[in-house]
Design a binder for this molecule. Structure first.
Ligand SMILES: *Cc1c(COP(=O)(O)O)cnc(C)c1O
Length: 224
């Protein structure tokens, strides 16, 4: 399938699931290109996509160099502290801020304010990265010490399952936490955004108020 065809299906799904049928508040689609070539990423650009996501340093730098300048680049994977200096100033949004040591390193290396999502491990699965739900507020309050970090929102990766009710509960909990943090009116953490939903669960995430969905397989495919 062409990216254009896939995107058109995805856009229909988003439109059908957006809360209160409010078509003005559709989530932004991040094309996750980690499994595909530069050519396929360019096809996504030509289909009209402008948000791109990569989870590894090499892929990120390669796609950023190849794509036109008007793209917004999202680093969506966990970032090792020692690699921060090689990438942080190229990043428009970092989706996986999950520990103090990473915040410290970002703050040291960033030459401007970096828009970050705090990654939250809502499900509590041991295999998942992220701050536990109960610790999100204290973690974000601590980040005030780092002048180059701006917390734009919360991000989660839901478990891979077709249990819709369970996925809904995960996304609801993230939204609830986002609302709580937003209500604190912290100047370093406006926390207006919700990065949630992937190929398997983006319709449900949209229903629960996602502002960014991160879609790879369903949108650009997966090349082994
Ligand atoms: C790979 C990845 C995605 C996209 O996954 P698909 O299931 O292919 O849509 C989204 N978010 C993160 C953090 C990822 O690593």
């Amino acid at each position: 399938m062409s990216v254009k065809q896939n995107l058109s299906e995805i856009e229909k799904t988003l439109a059908a699931h957006v809360p209160d049928n409010d078509q003005a508040s559709l989530p932004n689609v991040i094309a996750v290109t980690k499994y595909v070539t530069i050519e396929r990423a360019q096809e996504a650009y030509d289909a009209g996509l402008r948000h791109f996501g990569e989870n590894r340093l090499e892929g990120f730098l390669e796609k950023k160099a190849a794509l036109p300048d008007d793209v917004t680049m999202h680093f969506i994977g966990s970032l090792q502290s020692r690699k921060v200096k090689d990438v942080i100033n190229e990043v428009d949004y970092l989706h996986a801020l999950d520990r103090k040591s990473l915040a410290k390193e970002i703050n040291k290396r960033a030459e401007h304010e970096i828009k970050c999502f705090v990654q939250v491990n809502v499900s509590g699965e041991a295999s998942k990265h992220g701050v536990a739900l109960e610790e999100v507020q204290s973690f974000i309050e601590m980040l005030e010490a780092y002048e180059h970090i701006r917390v734009v929102g919360l991000m989660t990766m839901a478990p891979y399952t077709d249990d819709t009710a369970y996925l809904k509960s995960i996304f609801k909990q993230l939204k609830h936490k986002r609302d709580e943090i937003q209500a604190l009116n912290l100047s370093h953490a406006p926390c207006t955004e919700l990065s949630m939903g992937m190929s398997n669960d983006y319709a449900i995430a949209t229903e629960e108020g996602a502002t960014f969905v991160r879609i790879g397989t369903r949108l650009v495919g997966k090349e082994e």
